[in-house]
Design a protein around this ligand. Structure first.
Ligand SMILES: [Zn+2]
Length: 286
C-alpha cells in the first residue's frame, strides 16, 4: 500500500513517500509560491511515477486554519487561503483516491503519535516552539479538533504577563516563550547561545529562560486542569530549551495542578524533527 504525506511550509513543500507504512523517502521542493506551482509539483514525475495500483491517497498539512477540505486563514502562505486543497489534489492526481487536509501543528502531533515521542502515549499535547507557538491535542490516539475545528491553539493561552502578541491580545504564552520572541528579548542573540550563556551563569539569559519556562508551566497546568492530559511533547526550534525550562515547569505544576505533582507528568522533546509533518500528513489517511 502506497501513500504520500505533504507538508506545505512557507519556504518549501516537503513530500514523504510511504510504502506499507514506512517512510521510503522525504523530498523537499523549494519555490512553491503560487497555486500554479503547487499544481505543477503535484504533476511532478516524482509523484506520478510513485502512483500505481497500490496507491491509496495523500494527506496534507498546512500552516493555517482548516475548515473541512478548505484552508481559511493562512497568514504566511496567502496563495493557500480559501483554496479547496482536496479538490486541487483530486484534479491533479485523480478523484478515485483518498485525500485529507489538516493544520500543520495537528499533523505534526499525529506524526509524533504514530511514529515519534508520543508512540506510547494515547493522549498528549504537542507544543511546537518556533516563530510562534503552535499546538495539537491527541486524545485516545486521534487529533482533537473541537466543535469549531480550532482546538489546540496553545500559543494564545494567557499567562498573566504584559507583552503584546501578534494576534492582538496581551499576555499570550507565545509573546514570552516562542523562540523568536525569546531571541528578540535577548537583543537578537540566537537561542542556542542563550542556552549556553544560561548554563554559564549569565543572569539575563537565566531570567529569560525562567520567565519563558514558567509561562509554559502555566499553560501545561491549565491544559492538565481542564483535560487531565499529563504528557507534553515539545517540538520546533525552541524544544532544546526544555532542559533549562524543566525545573520552572515542574515548580508551576507542583503549585498549580490540584491533586497532581510534577512526578505524574511526562514532559519530553519530540523525536521526528523535520519529518513529523510528512509522517502526520500520511497518517491522516489512517
Ligand atoms: Zn496571541
Amino acid at each position: 500500500m502506497k501513500k504520500i504525506g505533504i507538508d506545505v511550509g512557507g519556504t518549501a513543500v516537503k513530500i514523504g513517500y510511504f510504502i506499507d507504512g514506512s517512510l521510503i523517502e522525504c523530498k523537499r521542493y523549494a519555490q512553491i509560491d503560487s497555486l500554479d506551482a503547487f499544481r505543477e509539483l503535484l504533476m511532478h514525475s516524482d509523484i506520478t511515477s510513485f502512483i500505481d495500483n497500490s496507491f491509496i491517497g495523500a494527506g496534507v498539512g498546512v500552516p493555517g486554519v482548516v475548515d473541512g477540505n478548505c484552508v481559511q486563514d493562512c497568514p504566511n502562505i496567502k496563495w493557500l487561503e480559501k483554496i479547496d486543497v482536496v479538490k486541487v489534489l483530486a484534479d491533479s492526481l485523480g478523484d478515485h483516491y483518498k485525500y485529507k487536509l489538516d493544520n500543520d501543528a495537528n499533523v505534526a502531533a499525529l506524526g509524533e503519535s504514530v511514529a515519534g515521542a508520543g508512540v506510547n502515549h494515547p493522549s498528549f499535547a504537542f507544543i511546537t516552539i518556533g516563530t510562534g507557538i503552535g499546538g495539537g491535542l491527541i486524545v485516545d490516539g486521534n487529533i482533537y479538533h473541537g466543535p469549531g475545528g480550532m482546538a489546540g491553539e496553545i500559543g494564545h493561552i494567557g499567562t498573566g504577563h504584559s507583552l503584546a502578541c501578534n494576534c492582538g491580545a496581551i499576555g499570550c504564552v507565545e509573546a514570552i516563550a516562542s523562540a523568536s520572541n525569546i531571541e528578540k528579548r535577548a537583543h537578537g542573540k540566537p537561542l542556542p547561545d542563550i542556552i549556553e550563556a544560561a548554563k554559564g551563569g549569565d543572569n539575563d539569559s537565566i531570567q529569560l529562560l525562567k520567565e519563558s519556562g514558567t509561562a509554559l508551566g502555566e499553560v501545561i497546568s491549565q491544559i492538565a486542569l481542564l483535560l487531565d492530559i499529563r504528557v507534553f511533547v515539545f517540538g520546533g526550534g525552541g524544544a532544546p530549551c526544555l532542559e533549562m525550562w524543566q525545573p520552572h515547569i515542574n515548580k508551576v505544576i507542583d503549585s498549580r495542578c490540584f491533586g497532581r505533582s510534577a512526578d505524574d507528568f511526562t514532559v519530553i522533546q519530540a523525536s521526528l524533527g523535520n519529518e513529523a509533518g510528512v509522517c502526520g500528513a500520511a497518517a491522516l489517511l489512517g
